[in-house]
Design a protein around this ligand. Structure first.
Ligand code: AMP
Length: 587
């Protein structure tokens, strides 16, 4: 396919804001493109040069592109930068800037004009793979060569592809719809296409198979090593009691919920690759996990799914997510692997010794996983308790919280409990600490301010700013803003009730951070009872303010319960009590 033909599709896509029109244009594009080019066409439409999981990175910052334009056109960089400022974008300038063809360009690009889609892709891949000394110069020359062989419109889109600013407005789902349209004029094939896409994570591959072998070919797309499978997702319910209603199997597996990072590991002999939840290859970040998988998984080939969690092996305790975040780095990787050891807790087996395991039931997959995994301090199968009732689920949940875990993931044990790539299925339901009232006590807090209501609440108060009493300093320190739990009548009555204690300025005994300043101030008089999910550290509230850390305590998800007219402001829950409650949480 000529790149200029593809450019005219890009233009059509950019001209429409209608989703359906976009789908039709994509269907048309799908028909016009050849089987050879269709994968590249798909990547380009999405603004990429390869499937999302590949490590292909052009490494072209704006400065490099400016320098390439200057080099190619024989102008100085200052002048080119000025033009970019005048034009607004690099791509707009590139469209205007002709680059003369040089004979040396033939080393990088086959044609002097009449670029094909394949030529542009080849050149971009050469840019992405150039490495070592002199690679920057090489990248600039290749970009110059491509631009020299292109016309104005082509230069515009090539520069957008090169600078990662394509954004045509079509996402991968619209592209799948386009494919479905091209074969049937409807979206009917989208589920099959989506399933294939979620299984191989390469939309270009799905498109190629569809062109070559039709929808029946797409149905045969299988898992393959080093192509990440989209992780199965969890659902949430409003009430814990709903879990056994939604998961209809007689037995429900309540697995421990870990607070770390989802990682899918691919083992091909000794070659290990790790993929993040966003399907990027993060093998380099976790050399310790790579080693654990290499030595602890007894299989020639395997794909496993699990969570990497910061772990204190001495104490046998899991550490908070924030600890693991220190491992997100390009440099000092080994040093931080020692500073913040991580345990890979595996909860699923998707592929084993050449065969997909995704259509097996959850209990079968788990049984096979246990057979191939040799546990160590830093590699284990997730903890799990089989439950037959809501009470048993609750016991598992409470016991997990006591051990510092986040909650439970309840999983169906039915015979059809297959692994559903990318799907938020009712087979897996999470229940976290935040959803439950873990505070044994409610808090009695003093109203010191209010925010003006918006939308349905305009003319009334939207929420009230609440404070605890700090006995030591004899001041009121904020803990939360409460906007839920009030009935309509209570909301209606609130301005009248608080009218007498309204103040122009912040009352002197109230300590409030700038970011939490309310629209209206009240002298501390009224006490309300408030229920919350958890006490956290927050820079927005002043309760027990720690000046070094610049944080106080805050109540998460606060809810109004009732007025406490019998309590004076100084009888409200104290800042010290809140600090104690924070310390007792989850123990
Ligand atoms: P959330 O991130 O709160 O939406 O919860 C879902 C996430 O919990 C998953 O994507 C996993 O990363 C993580 N997770 C932790 N423990 C488990 C487990 N035992 N089974 C499945 N997912 C888990």
């Amino acid at each position: 396919m000529k790149f200029s033909s593809l450019v005219s599709f890009f233009e059509r896509l950019e001209e429409t804001a209608s989703q359906i029109e976009m789908t039709e244009i994509l269907a048309d594009l799908f028909e016009k493109a050849s089987e050879e080019d269709i994968d590249i066409v798909c990547y380009f439409v999405l603004g990429n040069i390869a499937p999302g999981y590949s490590e292909a990175d052009l490494g072209l910052g704006d400065k490099t592109v400016i320098s390439a334009l200057a080099l190619g056109s024989g102008r100085d960089e200052e002048e080119v930068s000025r033009w970019v400022r005048d034009k607004g974008t690099l791509s707009a300038l590139a469209a205007d800037l002709e680059i003369p063809w040089k004979e040396g360009f033939r080393d990088y690009i086959a044609v002097e004009d009449g670029l094909r889609v394949e030529d542009v892709h080849d050149a971009l891949m050469q840019i992405a793979t150039a490495s070592g000394s002199g690679s920057m110069k090489k990248k600039k020359i290749i970009l110059g060569a491509m631009l020299a062989a292109a016309d104005a419109k082509e230069r515009y889109y090539i520069t957008r592809l090169a600078t990662g600013t394509m954004r045509l407005g079509a996402g991968d789902r619209t592209l799948l719809d386009g494919m479905s349209y091209s074969i049937s004029g409807t979206k009917e094939h989208r589920p099959v296409l989506e399933h294939a896409y979620y299984t191989c994570s390469d939309i270009g591959h799905v498109a190629k198979v569809l062109k070559r072998s039709g929808i029946s070919g797409v149905k045969k797309i299988r898992v393959s090593l080093n192509r990440p499978i989209r992780p199965m997702l969890t659902q949430r319910v409003g009430e814990r009691a709903e879990i056994p209603e939604k998961i209809t199997s007689a037995r429900i597996a309540a697995e421990e919920k870990y607070d770390g990072e989802r990682i899918e590991a691919h083992k091909d002999g000794d070659d290990i690759h790790l993929f993040s939840r966003r399907l990027t290859d993060i093998t380099g970040q976790f050399p310790d996990v790579v080693e654990e998988v290499r030595s602890g998984i007894d299989a020639t080939t395997a794909i496993i799914d699990g969570e990497v969690v910061a772990y204190d092996a001495g104490e046998g305790t899991y550490q908070p997510f924030q600890q693991l975040m220190h491992r997100r780095r390009k440099y000092h990787v080994k040093e931080y692997a020692e500073k913040v050891p991580a345990r890979y807790v595996v909860f699923d087996l998707l592929y084993l010794n050449g065969n997909s395991k995704m259509s097996l039931s959850y209990p079968e997959r788990r049984a096979q996983l246990k057979k191939i995994l040799t546990p160590s301090d830093f590699l284990s199968v997730s903890g799990m308790k089989v439950c037959a009732s809501a009470e048993e689920i609750h016991d598992a949940f409470s016991s997990n919280l006591k051990r510092g875990l986040e909650g439970v993931i309840c999983k169906s044990c039915a015979s059809d409990s297959v692994y559903e790539p990318g799907n938020r299925s009712w087979q897996w339901i999470k229940w976290k600490k935040e959803y439950e009232t873990e505070l044994t006590d409610t808090l009695d807090l003093v109203i010191i301010g209010a925010a003006a209501g918006k939308g349905k609440r305009s003319g009334r108060y939207g929420s009230v700013l609440c404070a605890a009493y700090n006995e030591e300093e004899d001041v009121f320190q904020t803990v939360c803003s409460v906007g839920t739990g009030f009935s309509d009548e209570e909301l209606e009555a609130l301005p009248g009730k608080l009218e007498d204690c309204k103040r122009e300025k912040k009352p002197s005994r109230c300590q409030v951070r700038n970011q939490s300043e309310p629209d209206f101030w009240f002298s501390p008089e009224f006490v309300i009872e408030v229920l919350g999910s958890e006490i956290t550290r927050s820079p927005a509230h002043t309760c027990n303010w720690d000046d070094d850390e610049k944080r106080g305590f805050a109540l998460r998800f606060p809810r109004f319960i009732r007025w406490r007219p019998e309590k004076s402001p100084e009888q409200a829950t104290s800042a010290e009590e809140i600090a104690q409650m924070y310390g007792q949480q989850g123990s």
